[in-house]
Ligand binder design. Structure first.
Ligand code: ATP
Length: 428
């Protein structure tokens, strides 16, 4: 028996389809042939700042344990599934499939996968690496999906991972409004959170498990273990048929896209962790977005909390010049606007003490003195005394924010962003 890893990417378009569905259908058809699929298939989210992604930049991979004589059947089934389901007629859909026979994933494939999550990779680089490690590649049209397919095969998911259970719709329902019982989702969340997470926006009550695109996904439930997502799935009441259910192991919710950086080293199309001081008090710009400038000693950069982040903006608004913060977010570079960090998380490390000035009081009558003008001292109107060297009192002002970590609400969260609840409940 041997292990064969299969990777697939770039099968969908904004009009429809989903690479996870292609993977699920391929797995189902292999299992129907008696092929053994090892463990959980992988759903790997790649660089969220990659501009040519369709939506969530995901690729999938799974491993089969087969005899050498079964290999042609596996390859044919997978390629046939991609051929029949991928949105081939859409110009920007360029599927790639990778087959890799190996007991062990070599280090260079693991590093390549990490690079594809954090940076930008060229198709030639993926092809050269596939040749080097002996992976078989299949390109459809331009075959750009090869980049993600190889990354999904190479991703070890060995440091941190989560699970997503995806329920798929019957074909006749694709494109129609999704119907699930909202109260069952609230109950599911109440009974399973935080073993499941980001399925409901607790701030707004918004249900997060159903996508708004015409793809085959009815809902996806995120959680910490297969048991947690399966239990949640049992609680959710769908009011239309579910054609297929697949549990994926994934790098979602792990912060794998973030890389520690300094402001001078920031590169486009990446997501960074920066530490520095607030260099300007936050300002609210038209549209309700809140921006402040960060200085880390190597340079300055604007950091933005956009309008949809709602209450997160209140935290950002409470910052003051001199506060020490750590920020996480994607680097936004667009012509005509300054380079901006699109905030995902903010840690307030140190708050500068703030004071307001108060006129000193008269040592004789205790009433508040009046200023005589800049550097001219103070006088008491009642006693008629003059105090040329009196100074204003400095009264501490209570800060509106506290030290701690803050995050954008689930509705604004990137698939890869690690919700704070995952850090708090590490034992899960
Ligand atoms: P969905 O999430 O709905 O499945 P998607 O957002 O994953 O769609 P794709 O249609 O798969 O989008 O297109 C993304 C394309 O970009 C793929 O061809 C993939 O190989 C490629 N790609 C992904 N990450 C990178 C990267 N870091 N550098 C270069 N190319 C990348």
């Amino acid at each position: 028996m041997m292990e064969l890893h299969v990777g697939v990417d770039d099968t969908d378009s904004k009009r429809g389809m989903c690479t996870t569905y292609v993977g699920a259908v391929a797995i189902r058809s292999l299992q129907e042939e008696g092929v053994e699929v090892k463990g959980y298939p992988k759903l790997i989210r790649l660089n969220p700042m990659w501009p040519h992604k369709t939506r969530g930049n995901c690729a999938i991979s799974f491993t089969v344990e087969v005899s050498p004589s079964q290999v042609p059947l596996v390859k044919e089934r997978v390629l046939e599934t991609v051929r029949s389901l991928a949105e081939m007629e859409v110009e920007t859909t360029n599927p790639g499939v990778v087959f890799y026979a190996s007991e062990k994933i070599p280090e260079e494939l693991k590093s390549y996968a990490k690079k594809t999550v954090q940076e930008v990779v060229e198709l030639e680089e993926a092809e050269a690496l596939a040749r080097e490690v002996g992976a078989e590649v299949h390109k459809f049209k331009m075959g750009r999906g090869l980049i993600g397919a190889l990354a999904a095969v190479g991703h070890p998911l060995e440091k941190d991972w989560t699970y997503e259970l995806i329920a798929y719709r019957s074909r006749e329902y694709w494109g129609k409004p999704r119907r699930i019982d909202p109260s069952s989702v609230l109950l599911m969340d109440r009974l399973t959170y935080p073993r499941t997470f980001d399925n409901l926006d607790h701030g707004t009550g918004e249900i997060r498990i159903t996508p708004h695109t015409p793809c085959p996904v009815l809902y996806g439930i995120r959680g910490e273990s297969p048991e947690a997502v399966l239990r949640a799935h049992e609680l959710v009441k769908a009011m239309e048929p579910v054609e297929l259910v697949m549990v994926y192991r994934t790098n979602q919710g792990t912060d794998e896209h973030l890389k520690k950086s300094t402001i001078s080293e920031i590169r486009p199309c990446t997501s960074v962790i920066l530490e520095g001081k607030v260099a300007s008090n936050p300002r609210t710009i038209p549209g309700g977005h809140v921006i402040f400038t960060l200085d880390d000693g190597t340079g300055t950069v604007d950091c933005a909390a956009y309008e949809p982040t709602r209450r997160f903006r209140e935290v950002v608004r409470g910052l003051r010049e001199g506060d020490r913060v750590r920020v996480c977010g994607g680097v936004r570079e667009e012509p005509g606007i300054p380079r901006t960090i699109n905030l995902e998380k903010l840690s307030i490390l140190e708050l500068v003490p703030l004071f307001r000035k108060k006129n000193p009081s008269c040592p004789r009558c205790g009433k508040s003195l009046k200023s005589e003008g800049r550097s001219k001292g103070y006088s008491c109107k009642k006693c008629g005394l003059h105090f040329p060297s009196a100074k204003p009192k400095l009264i501490p002002v209570e800060r509106k924010v506290e030290r701690g970590s803050f995050e954008v609400p689930p509705r604004c969260r990137r698939h890869l962003a690690k919700p704070l609840v995952r850090e708090i409940h590490r034992e899960y």
